[in-house]
Design a protein around this ligand. Structure first.
Ligand SMILES: NC(=O)c1ccc[n+]([C@@H]2O[C@H](COP(=O)([O-])OP(=O)(O)OC[C@H]3O[C@@H](n4cnc5c(N)ncnc54)[C@H](OP(=O)(O)O)[C@@H]3O)[C@@H](O)[C@H]2O)c1
Length: 298
């Protein structure tokens, strides 16, 4: 495919609208359809010249070699694509709609029987940065289709193919959402504690951004330990972290700050200690979590 490939976007909600606008702005003739036409008028009148509205799904996909579907849920994807499924033969269908891994595998099987080249996709960075390298999209499914559609997909943001199993992007999405929630809830707890110094959240964010490279810098080493299931206590033992977590809990209580976040850390650290990891490093928790039983090898 070329850098100016015709694209159809089915669904003009918050995500679909941003996707369609970014692709048209990048030079792809982009045809957008939406169940409720009123949304289309607002989008196309303010959008790039290459963005046009189609009154039906069939007309939207007629010229497109890449069809992006981004509606509420799996049932809506089926409702939108069923009438045009035979016309998808040979086209790359990219499903940006959130669904479970099993739902997206089933969608992939169904669309593949109609000759479509199926990719499931996860928009990892919301809508604000779409069209820039700050935006990350994960894709799973037909690897040749991903390679073919890359000239289009890279105009949405960084494009990473995470495997040929169509359910893989959904599982990555879920896993990284958990990572993000852990980070953000830890941040909210820090904001609550530091509020007692009359420090506002913006100031906490500024210092936290300087601190986070240290934390993210630990990831490769802890990943190696998790992969090898060997957890040297080079950066402190789990027993030492248990004491540190008690300190977070006690300090929170003393300041009238809720302990939900450090309580979760405490429960996990204690489970690791109970599983015999007291002298191991913090990454031993990776094994405890993965096993579900705390029975990681040491
Ligand atoms: N927004 C994000 O940052 C983001 C990030 C990652 C993933 N997602 C996922 O992307 C999908 C869309 O999210 P959104 O934020 O764009 O939602 P949204 O703003 O609420 O838009 C929903 C879209 O789905 C359409 N729709 C709903 N039910 C339909 C049906 N039965 N038939 C046809 N069209 C139907 C709506 O059409 P009408 O206008 O006619 O109602 C609208 O175009 C969701 O699965 C969401 O989880 C969103």
């Amino acid at each position: 495919m070329t850098d100016h490939e015709p694209v159809a976007v089915l669904g003009a909600g918050a995500l679909g609208g941003a996707v369609a606008t970014a692709l048209a702005a990048a030079g792809h003739p982009t045809t957008v359809w939406n169940r409720t036409p009123a949304r289309l008028a607002a989008l196309t009148s303010a959008g790039p010249a290459l963005l046009t509205a189609a009154p039906t799904v069939a007309e939207a996909v007629a010229e497109a070699r890449v069809v992006i579907v981004v509606v509420a849920d799996e049932a809506a994807v089926r409702a939108v694509l069923s009438p045009v499924a035979p016309a998808l033969d040979g086209r790359v269908v990219v499903n940006l709609t959130s669904a479970t891994p099993d739902q997206t595998r089933a969608l992939g099987s169904w669309l593949t029987t109609h000759g479509a080249r199926y990719l499931d996709a996860a928009a990892m960075s919301g809508t604000r940065t779409i069209g820039s390298a700050d935006s990350l999209f994960l894709y799973a499914g037909d690897g040749a289709a991903f390679a073919a559609a890359e000239p289009v997909l890279h105009d949405l943001g960084r494009a990473t193919h995470v495997g040929t199993d169509p359910g893989a992007a959904s599982l990555w999405d879920t896993a990284l959402l958990g990572l993000n929630l852990g980070l953000l809830t830890g941040f909210y707890h820090a904001v609550a504690l530091l509020g007692h110094l009359d420090v506002d959240a913006a100031a906490v964010a500024r210092v936290a951004r300087d601190y986070l490279p240290f934390a993210t810098g630990l990831l490769p080493e802890h990943a190696r330990q998790a992969d090898e299931r060997r957890y040297p206590a080079d950066d402190g033992s789990l027993a030492a972290y248990a004491a540190a977590v008690e300190h977070i809990v006690a300090t929170s209580v003393a300041h009238g700050v809720a302990t939900d976040v450090p309580d979760a850390y405490r429960a996990l650290v204690h489970r690791g200690m109970g599983a015999g990891h007291g002298a191991d490093g913090l990454a031993s928790l990776a094994g405890v979590i993965a096993d579900g039983t705390g029975g990681a090898q040491r």
